[in-house]
Write a protein that binds this ligand. Structure first.
Ligand SMILES: *Cc1c(COP(=O)(O)O)cnc(C)c1O
Length: 485
């Protein structure tokens, strides 16, 4: 019988093979990284799809070198690079090296953080980080929480816990109040919890895109007048588009007055917890019942790394299920699975741990400050540009604007088409990447700045590429063309 080739298994007997493979991989990655000249190559979806479709998955390649080469052709050669200063699209950060060092161990050891007997020290590392985060939030000794796959899952769990307080109230009577600019995962969570689309009451925002407390109070009163139960208020600390931070203290007062669960979605703004200069912007977050923090945004961690932190561990009950084989009711060993929506779960906490033990929290916070300062400086440098219309002053590290050509004003449909074309043009050129969003139904472009190495010149450069592209493309959208046809 032919021998089973076992050298692929991570095992001391195969340490040389492992070292050689990883060495080859690291060389390949670094060679590639050094050759990157822009955030993207502009590959179109059809071409990307075609290359992947052509692979015969039933016929493996001869060696790691061939596999790496193929992987490059299918993905790496045309990947989007978040460390490139002209990448300014979504909430993606360049990652820090200490986290990558940790990632090597996370994958190789493959601890699973559901129970002590699958992770040992890992359970306590995660718990210390939850405690540390809770302390930064300003929670007391009863706080607890767990790492999650991301802000969406953290928000879902926060709302699940809120739902758990009203088991006897029929779903159709429960309401979640959130600002009109809150993250879409709030709506999605309501759907997953079986609450229905009308369960989320959208509360208007003020001129700075923050939840308006007076409007919130009216919505709460209207709910109770109608015999509905406002089960949760979601305040956002750093909205995805504008980085706006809802007035947490005022919202907390209303949550108390109406006995509603207060969930603070700090997926984006959470990095302010370590900012040496801007921590005060999160004042009131300590009054939340639950908080979402995405370490894979403003703590410069690789995906995934997120947490839900609660003020009182007793409220975590609705996430608990006792399985005889894993965490029976009479289990004595510590476990994290009681607090989690997941079972098998990566030791993502190790990345943040190694980051904090290497850099310390202040340095992470100074990176956060750097990107906030950058947004402010870029706005100052370009807000008077006649062909750029900014929708707001920056609150955190985003800039929302439209390209507005000189000459006769474009109607909204043409302006939207022009701005969309600019975004596509930049991607196709491979020179810069920007995002898009709508403000009150009007198409805008957005820069999200999370790269502490990007300079003001880099980002004004991106804005100038937008302007150049707009000037070049505008003739195809000008009304005169339409009239001439
Ligand atoms: C990014 C974001 C989320 C979702 O987080 P994921 O980690 O992408 O699931 C939720 N809320 C806000 C405000 C966000 O910016």
């Amino acid at each position: 019988m032919p021998q089973l080739p076992l050298h692929h298994v991570f095992h001391p007997a195969h340490a040389d093979h492992y070292a050689a493979t990883l060495g080859e991989g690291l060389d390949h990655l670094l060679r590639h990284l050094k050759g990157v000249t822009g955030p993207a190559t502009g590959l179109a979806p059809a071409a990307a799809e075609q290359r992947v479709a052509e692979v015969d998955l039933d016929r493996p390649l001869a060696d790691a070198g061939q596999v790496l080469e193929e992987m490059s052709r299918l993905w790496l050669d045309d990947a989007v690079w978040f460390h490139e200063p002209s990448y300014a699209a979504h909430l993606n950060c360049p990652v820090v090296v200490p986290a990558l060092l940790a990632e090597l161990f996370v994958a190789a050891v493959n601890s699973s953080l559901d129970t002590f007997d699958q992770s040992v020290g890992g359970t306590f590392i995660e718990r210390r980080l939850v405690e540390w985060t809770a302390q930064r939030i300003g929670f007391g000794a009863d706080a607890d929480g767990v790492f999650t796959s991301g802000g969406s899952q953290s928000n879902l769990q926060g709302l699940l816990l809120a739902r758990g307080r009203h088991e006897r109230v029929p779903a159709e009577r429960l309401r979640i109040l959130a600002s009109a600019e809150s993250h879409f995962s709030v709506q999605k969570s309501a759907r997953l919890l079986g609450l229905g689309e009308e369960a989320v009451v959208s509360v208007p925002t003020d001129a700075r895109h923050r939840l308006d407390p007076a409007a919130l109070e009216r919505s709460l009163a209207a709910c109770t007048d109608l015999g509905l139960r406002p089960m949760a208020i979601v305040a956002t600390a750093g909205t995805t588009d504008f980085g706006a931070i809802d007035p947490l203290d005022q919202v907390a007062d209303l949550a108390v007055a109406y006995d509603a669960w207060l969930h603070v979605d700090a997926a984006y703004g959470g990095g302010l917890l370590v900012s040496p200069t801007r921590r005060d912007r999160l004042r009131g977050i300590e009054r939340a019942d639950s908080v979402t923090i995405d370490f894979h945004k403003t703590f410069f961690q690789p995906v995934s790394s997120s947490a839900i932190v609660v003020r009182d561990r007793a409220t975590l009950g609705p996430a608990t299920w006792h399985a005889d084989y894993l965490n029976p009711r009479d289990a004595t060993n510590p476990n994290q699975v009681d607090k989690s929506l997941q079972t098998t779960r990566r030791f993502d906490a190790l990345k943040l741990w190694v980051t904090l033990r290497t850099m310390g929290p202040d340095l992470v916070g100074r990176y956060v400050d750097a990107v906030v300062d950058l947004a402010t400086a870029v706005h100052a440098a370009r807000h008077e540009a006649p062909d750029l219309a900014f929708a707001a002053e920056p609150e955190l590290s985003t800039l929302v604007f439209r390209y507005v050509p000189a000459g006769p004003a474009l109607d909204e449909a043409r302006s939207a088409a022009l701005n969309t074309a600019i975004r596509e043009d930049l991607y196709a050129s491979g020179r810069a990447m920007v995002a898009a969003t709508k403000v009150d139904g009007v198409q805008h472009l957005k820069l999200t700045l999370l790269n502490p190495m990007a300079t003001v010149e880099d980002i004004t450069g991106v804005l100038d590429l937008v302007r150049e592209s707009g000037a070049r493309l505008v003739s195809s959208f000008a009304p005169s063309l339409e009239a001439a046809r």
